[in-house]
Design a protein around this ligand. Structure first.
Ligand code: HC1
Ligand code: SF4
Ligand code: SF4
Length: 574
């Protein structure tokens, strides 16, 4: 350990700790703007400068390791003056339309300006006028607001391995843009929204579709229904002052009813349905020697990535649609029939932790399997929190309510979909039952849990070894795919039979549409909330969900039946 002093306070740190982290240890907050705990320090903005005794220059706390014996000063009038200067320079090129900005109230630049008490800027106000890029259904890029912190490009290039964003131009003409200056939609962007979740200001944000939902809720001719994704229930509370990971399923149902939805469903039910189809597909492939490995396909950013960058795996994809799509089509067929409602009047909104879901809902003809667009609008967790606030709903004091059971009651397996490893664990629970006729002795399948980028496990089912891999956060995917490719080249059997992939760090709990400020600590708390939900459910396995059993008995027949194929499956294309 190194011993040093920060503002006269002694502190001991591990070698390699930055001055910024050392200061946190003794409750000293050094302001930052370009720095994000998920990303390597880029030292672009210079707001975090500090003085170190004996050093002629001020040093950047985010990128400077704390050394033994250092005497560091983080705040004095001179340091504050330098930081103010940096801020004023940024503000001099930043539009002043905070009131109309999607990040109003959640902007890191706005917060810094308030903390530093900036009242006027000594530099001339000059904004580079650049039109926003609204070419994708998922995110909007507004380079005019960009503070050149580099977070989005780093996330996109190194964390997501996509390389859709980069800096173009030089000097004061530098701007963030899709690589090669095409539109985002023409770029390799997979719509994961991680850039929007990491941007400190309003330069990248989700396509806001709340007004479409307001209109539907106001229209007496429309029958609005809604569903919430697994990962929403453990994150929505962050917008209302709750600890990350607080399970707020039933308050969210209540809020949605008060917004005016006629029926409140739960994507977790759809997740149970996806598992019925996907586990059956897996058992068929295992028994009949089908294409291995089977790869999960419920993450639309991942399927977009695969179609663009790994088309050699298309035949490995599960054809089972993602849970919210399955629920959408069931609402406009099964539920509509049962309730005697004209499906053309049903307006289905899905509340997702995700921006890519906005793209998924029209990605192919199969997303119109009911004869109508199965999901009309997909909102992010962030959009839902704004909708609730704008409606004057006192979320914290809402009573708990239940959802509409027929497409709502879920098993524990359905809820863990929202965390990396959860889809695999849910699938294993049901696949084991399908193959052996018995549940696993312990349904908690720990080897696939946790935030490690690639998790591997082996499971014995009826004397057969099933080799599993779980990868999340796109930069980890190639490791797994390359192992399969190598085996293919050697003509050897696949090193895995079943692979789960989620594009976002931590899985959907860390989705690009979740409340701002996620770190691994917060992602882990959200995941723990889902595992607690799982443990508290009466049924832990999808095949035990009585409403799923009724749906098959009354409407679908068997998993992977002709009707299931028509309504619940899709295709992927290079
Ligand atoms: Fe997800 Fe899914 S888990 S994709 O990660 O399969 O977004 O939460 O809703 O559809 O269920 C996201 C989360 C979500 C789907 C499910
Ligand atoms: Fe890159 Fe994802 Fe942002 Fe697209 S949405 S630009 S892939 S980080
Ligand atoms: Fe969306 Fe989840 Fe995939 Fe992220 S991991 S892109 S939140 S589906």
């Amino acid at each position: 350990k190194y011993k040093l002093e920060i503002n006269g306070i002694p502190v001991e740190v591990d070698p390699g700790t930055t001055i910024l982290d050392a200061a946190h240890q003794v409750q000293v907050k050094i302001p930052t703007l370009c720095y994000h705990p998920d990303l390597p320090a880029w030292a672009a903005c210079g707001i975090c400068v500090v003085k170190v005794e004996g050093s002629p220059k001020m040093l950047r706390a985010c990128a400077t390791p704390a050394g033994p014996g250092m005497k560091i000063i983080t705040h004095d009038p001179e340091i504050v003056k330098v930081r103010r200067n940096v801020l004023e320079l940024i503000l001099s090129t930043h539009p002043n339309d905070c009131l109309q900005c999607p990040r109003n109230g959640h902007c890191e630049l706005q917060r810094l300006a308030a903390e530093f008490g900036i009242r006027d800027v000594k530099f001339e106000h000059r904004v580079n006028e650049i039109k926003p890029d609204e070419s994708t259904p998922a995110i909007v890029l507004n380079p005019e607001k960009c503070v050149l912190c580099g977070r989005c490009a780093n996330v996109c290039q190194y964390q997501q391995n996509v390389w859709a964003l980069e800096f173009l131009g030089r000097g004061d003409q530098t701007r963030i843009a899709p690589a090669a200056d095409v539109t985002l939609n023409e770029s390799p962007c997979i719509k994961c929204g991680q850039c929007s979740a990491h941007c400190p200001v309003g330069a990248i944000y989700e396509q806001d579709e709340t007004s479409k939902v307001w209109e539907a809720l106001e229209d007496p001719e429309i029958y609005p229904v809604v569903q919430i994704a697994p990962a929403v229930r453990v994150a929505i509370g962050e917008a209302f002052g709750y600890e990350p990971g607080t399970l707020l399923t039933r308050k969210t149902y209540a809020a949605l009813r008060r917004l005016g939805f006629e029926a409140v469903f739960d994507t977790n039910f759809g997740a149970d349905l996806t598992i019925m189809e996907e586990a059956t597909e897996f058992a068929h492939r295992l028994n009949d020697g089908g294409e291995m490995p089977l790869i999960t396909s419920c993450c639309p950013a991942w399927t977009d990535y695969m179609e663009k960058f790994a088309p050699d795996f298309i035949d490995n994809f599960s054809s089972a649609k993602s849970p919210h799509e399955m629920l959408g089509v069931m609402a406009k067929t099964y539920y509509a029939q049962k309730m005697g409602i004209d499906p053309s009047k049903i307006f289905m909104v899905s509340i997702m932790p995700c921006t890519a879901k906005k793209y998924e809902i029209t990605r192919s003809d199969e997303m119109f399997a009911s004869g109508h667009q199965d999901i009309d609008v997909s909102l992010t967790t962030r959009e839902l929190s704004r909708l609730i606030k704008a409606s004057g709903i006192d979320f914290v004091n809402l009573p708990d309510e239940d959802c509409d059971s027929i497409l709502g009651d879920y098993s524990g397996a359905g809820t863990i979909f929202g965390a990396t490893g959860g889809v695999m664990e849910a699938a294993v629970r049901t696949a084991h039952h399908l193959i052996t006729g018995k549940n696993l002795p312990d349904v908690n399948y720990e080897p696939v849990r946790g935030l490690e980028g690639v998790k591997e496990a082996t499971l014995e089912v009826a004397g057969q070894e099933i080799r599993i891999a779980v990868a999340h956060w796109m930069c980890n995917i190639d490791t797994v795919l390359n192992r399969v490719r190598e085996a293919r080249e050697r003509g050897a059997p696949s090193p895995y039979q079943f692979i789960e992939v989620m594009a976002c760090r931590g899985g959907c709990v860390g989705g690009g549409g979740q409340p701002y400020g996620a770190t691994d600590e917060i992602r882990a708390k959200r995941a723990r909330g889902l595992y607690r939900d799982d443990e508290s459910r009466e049924h832990r396995c999808s095949h035990e969900n009585p409403f799923i059993q009724t749906l098959y008995k009354d409407f679908l027949g068997e998993p992977c039946s002709e009707k299931s194929h028509e309504l619940l499956h899709t295709e992927y294309r290079p």
